[in-house]
Write a protein that binds this ligand. Structure first.
Ligand code: C6P
Length: 420
């Protein structure tokens, strides 16, 4: 197949990622586990170092210089995230530890205090456990009922069946934007429009979309959106919740403690304004600042460029993967130009255990994930106990895909010769 002649994006940015320039078992590292976590550019590593070397102090508390520098940098990071997702107001961004905590915040604060027995929550059968277990908790505590959108024949969101689930009983639709296992891209704007016709709220899990494509929460018109910093070039320990201003205002606090209060008496308290109402205790200051640096880095490259390059890579990955004997790739096929799905592929190869594939590929320097990817119910639907998964990011090259495919073919041949 033809490959774009312009210098690929990866070649321009690889020098920014020190970790990529190493050998694993004597072979150059080929990191294809980006859906689990991305690597970090020097700009992000420097932001953490610089903060601790020059500005380290607690935020929102002191009037001394270090404290105001730390506060400015921390709040500056909020501005960057707000503009990254096109939020209308900076107070609509709440820093959390990760996407999981952000979903739990909505579950404990909004859902536990709002939902009644018989109210319905719509999820999909392919949600990450982080967007399933909190709603199981809510259903157990409130008597709300969980309903599930199933897969189409092409293994993507079944929009017609989704519409048939909606009713006046629907109070919440909580769906993933891009599936971490199937790679399908859900029509979140249309999902919000349908759900809102019934007065239901919509939460979007953007863990696998925020790192890879431009996001516009106002355009999507979601009520909440969550993501994790570590998948988008930022550090671990920081993620965010976007929520519409009035909605966040109407929600009770999630965690209690310092930072989230206005006036405290022995028997009661009043709470701080947004977003501090939801940020109890000393926050992850360095991590938030480094997430701001990651957002700057991604924005400078351009999320549209990242998305376009990843589509090219997807086309190449699928073209090559489909040539591997016995391969079964899950989720929808990309269009010829690589669009229509994410730059990741979950697959099995005959009876070979995905963990064995991953172990053998590691010997060739290739890092892929094997397991259920925290989507166990989906794996049951697919009839696969586990899958192997290669997931790409904008610093991956065509040559790395070649190394991966060659190692995979060798592994499949090897196991084929053993199992006959
Ligand atoms: N998926 C993967 O390898 P946290 O752990 O909170 O940062 O992210 C949770 C999460 C939520 N939703 C989706 C769609 C996700 O992909 C993830 C994380 C990783 O697929 C780790 S299991």
């Amino acid at each position: 197949m033809t490959i774009a002649t312009e210098k690929p994006l990866a070649i321009k940015v690889r020098a920014d990622f020190p970790i990529l320039h190493q050998e694993i078992h004597g072979k150059p590292l080929v990191y294809l586990d980006n859906a689990a976590t991305s690597q970090k550019p020097t700009a992000v590593l420097d932001a953490i170092q610089d903060y601790y070397r020059q500005d380290n102090s607690n935020v929102h508390r002191g009037v001394h210089t270090l404290s105001s520098r730390a506060t400015d940098a921390y709040e500056g990071a909020r501005d960057k995230v707000a503009s990254f997702v096109n939020a209308e107001y900076r107070q609509e961004i709440v820093f959390t530890r990760n996407a999981t905590e952000a979903i739990n915040l909505v579950a404990y604060s909004w859902a536990m205090s709002t939902l009644q027995p018989g109210d319905e929550i719509i999820l999909t059968v392919f949600e990450h456990h982080s967007n399933l277990i909190p709603w199981q908790f809510v259903a157990q505590r409130t008597g709300a009922v969980l309903k599930f959108v199933e897969l189409t024949e092409t293994e993507e969101f079944n929009f017609e069946q989704f519409k048939s689930l909606l009713s006046d009983k629907t109070k919440l639709v909580s769906v993933v934007h891009v599936s971490n296992t199937l790679g399908c891209i859900n029509p979140v704007k249309e999902i919000c429009a349908e759900a809102h016709r019934y007065g239901a709220r919509v939460l979007i899990d953007a863990c696998q979309s925020a790192p890879h494509m431009p996001l516009d929460v106002q355009g999507i018109d979601c009520d909440w959106l969550v993501a994790s910093g570590h998948k988008m070039c930022g550090p671990t320990g920081i993620g965010f919740l976007y929520g519409k201003l009035d909605l966040l205002r109407s929600m009770p606090p999630f965690l209690g403690g310092g930072e989230m209060i206005a006036d405290v008496f022995l028997d009661h308290a009043t709470y701080a304004d947004l977003p501090h109402k939801f940020e109890a205790g000393t926050p992850a200051i360095a991590e938030a600042i480094a997430l701001g640096a990651a957002v700057d880095y991604l924005t400078e490259i351009g999320m549209d460029k990242i998305h376009a390059y990843e589509e090219e890579l997807t086309a190449y990955l699928f073209h090559e993967l489909e040539q591997v004997p016995t391969i079964r790739i899950y989720g929808p096929k990309p269009k010829q130009d690589g669009s229509g799905r994410a730059a990741l592929a979950s697959f099995t190869a005959g009876d070979v255990h995905p963990h064995d594939l991953s172990t053998i590929l590691d010997q060739a320097g290739v890092a892929i994930r094997a397991g259920h990817h925290c989507t166990q119910p989906l794996h049951r639907v697919l009839g696969a106990q586990s899958t192997a998964r290669a997931s790409l990011y904008f610093y991956n090259t065509y040559e790395e895909i070649d190394v991966f495919i060659a190692a995979l073919k060798e592994a499949v041949d090897f196991f084929g010769s053993i199992f006959g």
